[in-house]
Structures are given as structure tokens and as C-alpha cells.
Design a protein around this ligand. Structure first.
Ligand code: SAM
Ligand code: SF4
Length: 474
């Protein structure tokens, strides 16, 4: 895919830094949000075009005017038009909290002497995966601190092990990673183990704030982190996830930083990020950050629709850091993936004694600790289709977010039927009676949206699932 070039002060070059703070601040300070311009920008996005930095600044600056509501409506329209009502579910699995860095917002940081350090053994990892499979999970993200113990080989072995764990009808079909930036060689090793997305959050795109909060270890190096996903691309991982940790610096700057990162990846590798994450800082053991830039619920509700409009083709991830009511609301504006049944404490999926939140072993506190079943129940009640689909990645259709976005009919031919098939599996294997009842109704309703040929084959596959076959997909 080719995107029109933009006039940027730092030309994009592979593995070279690309953030110019002055450029971003100039745009924030000097872009005027007049009504007509805002409307033009919204329509450009609804017509499925990624916004430029300047256009994103127009939206950011219209916050606080009565145009905020139009931005939300635009994001909602884009989501409904492009993605429909599917929400993909996943769970994070913390493998190890040893860390040589000293990020002032994180409970795993090296100076936190109260943290109880742990790395799951192979046996413990297997137990965790079995427990997650028993709940119905099919997609995991493995999470690590940054430590020599978590070498590319170690991570790759974990990934291979996770794919081998099968319990009953349970299996993990997609393993994503959130771990430290690696060298090209390291990314290659991890990539070869068959991962889905490699996620790395820049935390803050503003170098001075970055310096303030990253006081030790390799993570101190802003540029090593900024260019990490370039190295992943060089190593053949074309499925990468970016993110900013909201609360370290002005949220408007971070939104533009994420867009700048997106257009850098497009310019250098012809492919934007697979996902964008926008975590907000949550309470953690010995949290040490200034709350000057804390992102309020109100600002958070504004920035999600802006991100949706700014990069209309990308997946947007919303995690259990957020409380159910916030999740419920911002989901409408274009979120495509959420976690469900999340536990952050190491070993707590399989060991119920660890279930009580214990900040000594957690990275931070989550605000949505509902079970996967409860999350699915709510999604169904609100007319979403929960999906565990992993088809594109396994069929070699990488860049699926771009395909579902740009290929006419792709969603009706692939995404919706696959969502309904994976939901059928979930109902047959794991659902409570009431979730099953709601689920079958949702399946019937959404089948009606399919074209006759696909409808017939999907119905046949659902019947085969009811008879015990698994992993049927398009
Ligand atoms: N250690 C690796 C790293 O720093 O990139 C990967 C995993 S880290 C455990 C995952 C992400 O959690 C970080 O990138 C950061 O954005 C987020 N995080 C850290 N502390 C947090 C907090 N107190 N509240 C919310 N998110 C936090
Ligand atoms: Fe370590 Fe990552 Fe936490 Fe920083 S955010 S202290 S690198 S685990």
C-alpha cells in the first residue's frame, strides 16, 4: 500500500529516529479547528484515508469546542461502516517480572525492592495456559520485564511451548508478545517461533519526559526503543503494535506521536502498525510520577475517537486497565480488541490462591477484573459479536486489518463467519447456559447479514462444530 508523502521535517529513514518535538508542538499550537476544516477531516477519514499529522492536530484542537461530539460520531460511523460489530478477545499472560530497567511508573522496576520476582517455569507456564484454555481463550499476549534471562531464545521457546499445550478442545492459536526491544537477530529468532504481533509501547514520544521517567537500564535509550519496530520489520516481523502510556506527558502530543510513528512505518516499510494501544497509567507499587499529565476520563473519551479517525485501518486495543463503564463507552468509537478474564499476577490463572490482587507481584492494578464469561455476556447484551478468530494469520493473510478495511466484502466473507464459528466453539465448550442462549441468538441474527453462499457454508460448519469438530474457518 502506498500513502501520499507528507512534508515532515525529519525525512523517514529506516532505523533512524523520526520524532521532532518542535514540529509536533508547532502543529498543536498553530492549527485552527474551524468547523468546515474539522468536518472535511472527519469525512476524509470516513472515506478510509489515514490522516496526516496536521489533520490529526485539527481534531486534537477541536476538543473543547462543540465539534467534539461530531468527532465521536465520525469515529462511530467509521467503526460501524468499516468493522461492524465484532470484538476480538484475548488475555495477557505474564511470564516474568524480573527487570533491569527503572521505569518510574512500573511495579516491576529494578528499584522496587518490595516486588516479589518470579519467572514461570515450563511447568508453570503449561498450567497457566491450560487454565486459560479451560476458560475458552484462544489468543494470548505473553508479557515480560526486560532482563537477560528473557532472551530471544527463551521467549521463542515459551511461544513454541504455548502452542503445544492442548487441553480438551482448548488450544492457543495465536501468541503475541509484549517484551523489550531486540536486535534484528533477536527479533528474527522470536519471529521464527510463529508469533502474531510484537508489541512495544514507546511510553512517551516526548524525549524530555521519556528521560525523566526512565532512569536506568537499556530502556533509558529513547532512540533504541523508538526504532525497535523498524528492527522487527527488518527481521521479517511485519505485524507490529505501537502504543503510548497516557499520563507521562500531554495527551495531545502522544496522539500526534502515535500518528507520526504510523506514518514512519508506512513510509519505510509500506505497512502501518497492526495495532495501536493507548494504556493509561494505573496505580502500581511505589509509583513515582507527577500527576500533572494524568489523562482524565474526559480526555480519554476524546482521544480514542481521534485515534480511530487518524488511523482508520489499524486494530485498536483497549485493556482491563480501564473500568467497565469506560470500556463500554470507548468501545463504540472504534476499539477492535479487548482482554477478558485478565489477571496480572504471575501464576494466578492456574492458582486461585493468587487471585486476590497483590501489588507485590503485579505490574499495576487493573480496573476490570470480570471473568471472560462475564465480558462475553456483556458484549452479547450490547449487540457485539465476540470473536476468537485467528484465521488470517494462520492462512498467511498478514495485514488482515488492512484487508478487512480495504478489500470490499472481506468482512462478510471472512471476518464475520469466522467470528461466528469461533463463538459457536466457545458456546459448545465453555459457555454458561445463559451466555449460550444469548450467543446462539446473536449467531442467528448475524448469519442473516451474510451473502447466501457464505451463509450456507457457515451454517454447515456450525453444525459440524456442534457435532464435535473444531478449528473450522475461512
Ligand atoms: N517490559 C517491557 C517493556 O517495558 O516494554 C514489556 C512489558 S511492560 C510489562 C508492558 C507495558 O505496560 C509497558 O510498555 C507500559 O506501557 C505498561 N505499564 C507499565 N506500568 C504501568 C502502569 N502503572 N499502569 C499502566 N500501564 C503500565
Ligand atoms: Fe521493566 Fe517494562 Fe516495567 Fe519498565 S515497564 S520497569 S521495562 S517491566
Amino acid at each position: 500500500m502506498r500513502f501520499s508523502p507528507e512534508r515532515l521535517r525529519i525525512p523517514d529513514q529506516r532505523m533512524k529516529p523520526f520524532i521532532d518535538p518542535e514540529e509536533i508542538w508547532d502543529l498543536i499550537k498553530n492549527t485552527k479547528p474551524d468547523k468546515q476544516r474539522v468536518r472535511e477531516v472527519i469525512s476524509k477519514s470516513i472515506d478510509k484515508n489515514r490522516l496526516t499529522l496536521e489533520e490529526t492536530a485539527v481534531l486534537v484542537n477541536s476538543i473543547g469546542t462543540d465539534l467534539g461530539e461530531e468527532i465521536k460520531q465520525g469515529a462511530k460511523e467509521l467503526k460501524e461502516k468499516v468493522y461492524g460489530n465484532r470484538i476480538v478477545l484475548f488475555a495477557p499472560l505474564y511470564v516474568g517480572n524480573r527487570c533491569t530497567n527503572n521505569c518510574q511508573y512500573c511495579g516491576f522496576r529494578t528499584s522496587n525492592m518490595d516486588a516479589i520476582r518470579k519467572t514461570l517455569s515450563d511447568e508453570e507456564l503449561i498450567h497457566e495456559v491450560e487454565a486459560l484454555e479451560d476458560n475458552g481463550q484462544k489468543r494470548l499476549i505473553l508479557v515480560y520485564g526486560e532482563h537477560p534471562e528473557y532472551s530471544p531464545e527463551f521467549i521463542a521457546n515459551n511461544v513454541k511451548l504455548v502452542y503445544q499445550v492442548k487441553k480438551g478442545h482448548g488450544e492457543i492459536r495465536r501468541v503475541n508478545i509484549n517484551a523489550a526491544p531486540l536486535s534484528i537477530e533477536g527479533f528474527r529468532t522470536v519471529g521464527e517461533s510463529g508469533i502474531g504481533t510484537y508489541q512495544i509501547f514507546q511510553e512517551t514520544y516526548y524525549p524530555d519526559a521519556y528521560k525523566l521517567y526512565h532512569l536506568g537500564g537499556k530502556k533509558k535509550d529513547f532512540e533504541w526503543r523508538l526504532t525497535a519496530l523498524d528492527r522487527a520489520q527488518e527481521a521479517g516481523i511485519d505485524d507490529v503494535g505501537i502504543g503510548a502510556l497516557f499520563g507521562l506527558y500531554d495527551w495531545r502530543f502522544e496522539v500526534l506521536g502515535l500518528v507520526r510513528h504510523t506514518n514512519h512505518l508506512e513510509a519505510c516499510y509500506d505497512v502501518g502498525p497492526h495495532t495501536i494501544s493507548f494504556p493509561r497509567i494505573k496505580d502500581a507499587l511505589s509509583l513515582n510520577i507527577d500527576d500533572k499529565f494524568q489523562t482524565s476520563d474526559e480526555d480519554f473519551r476524546k482521544l480514542v475517537p481521534i485515534l480511530r479517525l487518524a488511523v482508520p485501518y489499524t486494530g485498536m486495543i483497549l485493556t482491563a486497565r480501564e473500568a467497565p463503564d469506560v470500556r463500554r463507552e470507548v468501545m463504540k468509537y472504534g476499539v477492535s480488541q479487548i482482554d477478558g478474564g485478565t489477571k496480572l499476577e504471575l501464576g494466578s490463572y492456574s492458582d486461585s490462591q493468587n487471585e486476590v490482587q497483590n501489588l507485590n507481584r503485579e505490574q499495576f492494578k487493573i480496573s476490570d477484573s470480570r471473568s471472560l464469561s462475564d465480558v462475553i455476556d456483556e458484549l452479547l447484551t450490547n449487540d457485539y459479536v465476540p470473536s476468537f478468530c485467528t484465521s488470517c494469520y494462520r492462512m498467511g493473510r498478514t495485514g488482515e486489518h488492512f484487508m478487512e478495511f480495504s478489500v470490499p466484502g472481506f468482512i462478510k466473507r471472512f471476518c464475520t463467519p469466522n467470528a461466528l464459528l469461533t463463538l459457536s466453539e466457545y458456546i459448545c465448550d465453555y459457555a454458561t447456559e445463559s451466555v449460550a442462549e444469548k450467543g446462539w441468538k446473536a449467531i442467528e441474527k448475524n448469519l442473516q447479514k451474510l451473502d447466501p453462499g457464505v451463509l450456507q457454508t457457515t451454517r454447515e460448519k456450525i453444525e459440524r462444530i456442534k457435532k464435535g469438530e473444531r478449528d473450522l474457518y475461512f
